[in-house]
Design a protein around this ligand. Sequence first.
Ligand code: MTE
Ligand code: MO
Length: 330
Amino acid sequence: MHLLKNRGYAHPLASEITPRAVYEERRTLLRQLAAGAAGGTLALWAARDARAQGARPGRLPALAASRSSVAGALTMEKLTPYADVTSYNNFYEFGTDKADPARNAGTLKPRPWTVAVDGEVKKPGNYDLDALLKLAPMEERSYRLRCVEGWSMVVPWVGYSLAELIKRVEPTGNAKYVQFVTLADKARMPGLNSSVLDWPYVEALRLDEAMHPLTMLAYGLYGETLPNQNGAPVRLVVPWKYGFKSGKSIVRIRFLENQPKTSWELAIPGEYGFYSNVNPGVDHPRWSQATERRIGEDGLFARKRPTLMFNGYEAQVGQLYAGMDLKKFY
Ligand SMILES: Nc1nc2c(c(=O)[nH]1)N[C@H]1C(S)=C(S)[C@@H](COP(=O)(O)O)O[C@H]1N2
Ligand SMILES: [Mo]
C-alpha cells in the first residue's frame, strides 16, 4: 500500500462520497489493475470500500471541506470507523475511562466559544468560533493518531493548518513557543474533581512545529462538526506526536519566549517530555513504544503492528529535529 501512496489518486472525502463516486473510483482502480498494480490496488480498493461505509454519519451538522494538498495529509490507510473514533477516547476532563468522554461530554457547551490569542504577537485578540471557522478554507486530512498508551487510529479530520492562524496574529521576534490552554469548567467537567492532572490541561509546541503545515486546528471529523468527546469545538492535531500533544477544546493560544511546562510533563516528568515525538526507538520507561494496536481493526490477540518513526511522517517533519538527540529530547 505504501508503494501506491501519493501517485495522484483523487481521495474521496468522507463528506462527499456517493455511490457514484465509489463506482467511478472502482473504474479508475480497475484501470490501474489492468496496468499491473494488482496486489496493492486490491488493498486500496478494500480501503476505499471501508471509507465509503464510513461516509458522513449524519449525527452532527456537516462541515464542508476540500481535500488537502498538504504533503502527507492524506494517508491511504483504512479509516477507523466513526463509532470507534467517537467512543474510545482520552479526555480526562470527562473521566479517565475510555468510555467516559462519550458518556459524559454531553455537558460541554461548544457554542458560544472564543479562543484568546495573546503573548508575543502583534495582533492579540479574542477569536469567536464563527470567525475561526471562516479564517481559512476547510480541508479534510486523514491522519494517523497514536496514543502513548500503544493504540492508534486513522481519522479524517476537518480543519486547516494552525499556520493560517499564526500568520494572521503576527508573532513577534520573541515568540519561540506556542502554548495551548484547554477548557477547565468545573460545572461541566466532572473529571476536574480528580487530581490526576493539574487543570487546565496545557500543551505546547516549538514555533516551527506549530507552523508546520501538518499541524492542524481541527473543527470536525468524518465531514461533520467535532463530537464533544473529540474536543469540540476546536482542537489541535499534531500527527507525528503522541496523542496527548493534541489538546482538545482549546480556549487560549499563547505565544511565549520560553519553553512552557506541559500537563503531562508536570504530572510525571520522568515519563513525558516536551517533545513527545512518536519514536519506536525510545521506550516509555514502563513499556515499549515499538508496536501499536489499531483500534477497530486489530483484536486484542492480533499481532501488533510496528510503530513508525514520527508516526510515519518522517519525510515531512524529520528535518525539524536534525541534529537533536531524540533520546534526550523525548
Ligand atoms: N483537553 C484534553 N485534551 C486531550 C486529552 C485530555 O485528556 N484533555 N487527551 C489527549 C490524549 S492522551 C489523546 S490520545 C488524544 C485523544 O484524542 P481522541 O479522543 O480524539 O482520539 O487527545 C488528547 N487531548
Ligand atoms: Mo494519549
